[in-house]
Design a protein around this ligand. Structure first.
Ligand code: MG
Ligand code: ZN
Length: 196
């Protein structure tokens, strides 16, 4: 159990299942739909003066289900809709890899990267780029990969019940606390709600 930061400087957020609904991999802008309240939650993170850093696994790139241009189109839609509501992501870090896939082809033997969560590489990269320490950030995610990446990185983790709601079964790691969704997590970080 890691302590909630006394001085929070950045919020690391997983994308699929936290910012947007996740019926499956999001391959086109039309498939990207915000979880209710998530745009406003990002705006409140911005207003609090905390950096908002997206850290997302995008294995559909390795699997050849989408290319970088299509991924960028999804990102542009997200950013456009956030911007319309006066909200913004300060930066995004994504892992395009998968241990079993490379450029749409099945690998002959698995190869692990250091950035696909539950590896902590994306979290490290995001925080290093902004001079943030693990003790100055929290990670908000919907899967055990997010919780395990946070544990390895050494930051506080908040699990949300949207998306996979922690039921993905990849790792046995639990988050340091649970909240219903991104909006409730931000409420809690701002000091309102009690830990559940
Ligand atoms: Mg997710
Ligand atoms: Zn990777």
């Amino acid at each position: 159990m890691v302590k909630k930061p006394e001085k929070l400087r950045a919020v690391l957020i997983d994308r699929d299942g936290v910012i947007n609904e996740e019926p499956g991999p999001i391959l086109k802008p039309e498939a990207f739909r915000f979880v209710p309240g998530s745009i406003e939650a990002v705006a409140r993170i911005n207003q609090a003066g905390w950096l908002c850093l997206l850290v997302t696994n995008q294995a559909a790139l390795a699997r050849g289900q989408m290319n970088l241009g299509e991924f960028s189109a999804v990102t542009r839609k997200m950013n456009r809709e956030l911007f319309r509501s006066g909200a913004r992501m300060d930066a995004m870090y994504f892992c395009p890899h998968h241990p079993d896939w490379d450029a749409g082809k099945k690998r002959s033997s698995p190869k692990n990267c250091g950035c696909r969560k539950p590896e902590p590489g994306l979290l490290e990269k995001a925080c290093r780029a902004h001079g943030i320490l693990p003790s100055e950030t929290v990670m908000i995610g919907d899967t055990t990969k997010d919780f395990e990446a946070s544990r390895r990185f050494g930051c506080f983790s908040i699990g949300v019940r949207t998306g996979h709601g922690g039921q993905d079964g990849t790792c046995s790691t639990k988050p340091d606390c649970w909240q219903d969704d991104l909006a409730s997590a931000v409420d809690w970080l701002m000091g309102g709600e009690t830990m559940t």
